[in-house]
Design a binder for this molecule. Structure first.
Ligand SMILES: NC(=O)c1ccc[n+]([C@@H]2O[C@H](COP(=O)([O-])OP(=O)(O)OC[C@H]3O[C@@H](n4cnc5c(N)ncnc54)[C@H](OP(=O)(O)O)[C@@H]3O)[C@@H](O)[C@H]2O)c1
Length: 327
């Protein structure tokens, strides 16, 4: 039975394991539309009730795939979070009410819904998070009924802390995984205290924490794990969590030693995140039905205090010095 948790100020309960749908749009090699529908269906069958998408994933393809799924499966208690703000140059002045209305109208059409459950600012420039006018504009969207709730997706912990200070922020999406522990210091406690939900993204460090890659593994030309390893297309943190691939392989070999019998490495990685206080939902991306099912079944098996200490030791040895100060 999938556990559900309250998603911050949205007032909605969502599955502790959700589904990230960047893969269903683009940037990870090819995904065909039938496969996208199969991944969504398998996730829901396995108890997933939360999808994370964005207007920019495949320039709307990911949203449209979810829209088609919703149209074919009415009456499900699903929560769909989308994001806005990366289809235009990311300049503070572009985060305006006029643009918000245009962007959310497009997402409503793509998803085929009157009202968006949750819209997240998609990693805007840092200045945007402290701009009261931006929050006023988001409040207006809520008042007008285009969106039910809003939140933010952030790159840096200070951005999360700033957004949490604004009363209307329902959720914060942030990178949190065994190779990215900084949110545990301040962001999770602050979110919990303020009743803000935490959506933990990139839980598998783009697949590194599945333990299936080797030094010989290569990725498709149109896969960001090929073209964004140094952050040349977008924030390097979104690709393998910003860790060096070789160092990641060494660290995951040690992580695997902590994984209990009967649980896959990816499942343990997801379950560990879910076990952290303050996390509302963990959103692994799945490129096929098998991954979707396996991730949804991650639960909490075998995650105890020893495992937790082991994760922190690996982080301290491999990543704290290089990774901690960057975000
Ligand atoms: N700025 C933002 O707001 C932002 C940025 C990044 C991501 N996100 C969201 O977060 C979601 C999750 O992050 P992510 O997809 O970037 O990274 P992730 O979940 O850490 O990694 C996804 C990759 O892990 C591998 N994988 C997944 N399940 C597996 C399993 N059961 N066994 C083995 N391998 C498995 C797959 O790799 P292969 O393809 O090699 O099979 C998959 O493509 C995204 O889909 C998106 O919704 C948001």
């Amino acid at each position: 039975m999938m556990e559900k948790r309250m998603l911050g100020k949205t007032g909605r309960n969502v599955s502790i394991v959700g589904l990230g749908t960047w893969q269903l749009g683009a940037d990870w090699g090819n995904v065909d539309p039938a496969q996208a529908q199969a991944v969504l269906a398998a996730s829901v069958e396995a108890g997933v009730t939360f999808f994370d998408t964005a207007d920019v994933y495949g320039d709307g393809r990911s949203e449209q795939a979810i829209g088609a799924f919703l149209a074919d499966n009415t009456g499900l208690d699903l929560t769909v979070a989308t994001k806005m703000g990366r289809r235009m140059e990311q300049r503070p002045e572009n985060y305006s009410l006029t643009n918000f209305r245009e962007w959310t109208d497009r997402s409503r059409r793509n998803l085929g819904v009157e009202q968006l459950d949750l819209v997240q600012l998609h990693c805007p420039p840092t200045a945007v998070y402290s701009n009261a006018e931006v929050y006023d504009a988001l409040d207006t969207l809520v008042a007008e009924g285009a969106i039910r709730n809003y939140g933010v997706s952030v790159e840096r912990t200070e951005e999360a802390l700033e957004a949490i200070r604004h009363a209307g922020t329902a959720t914060v999406q942030i990178i949190l995984n065994a190779f990215r522990l900084k949110p545990l210091d301040e962001v999770l406690p602050a979110a919990e205290a303020a009743g803000v939900g935490i959506i933990a993204r990139v839980p598998l460090a783009s697949g590194l924490l599945s333990g299936k890659y080797t030094a010989e593994t290569s990725f498709a030309v149109d896969d960001h794990r090929n073209y964004n390893r140094t952050g040349s297309a977008f924030d390097v943190g979104e690709t393998f969590s910003g860790v060096d691939f070789g160092q990641g392989l060494n660290a995951v070999a040690e992580f695997e030693e902590l994984v209990p019998d009967g649980v896959s490495t990816a499942q343990a990685a997801i379950a560990w995140i879910a076990s952290q206080d303050g996390v509302s939902t963990v959103i692994p991306g799945a490129r096929n039905v098998e991954q979707a099912r396996s991730n949804a079944a991650a639960g909490f098996s075998g995650i105890d205090a020893t495992f937790d200490v082991g994760v922190r030791e690996i982080y301290d040895r491999y990543f704290r010095e290089s990774i901690h100060p960057r975000w």
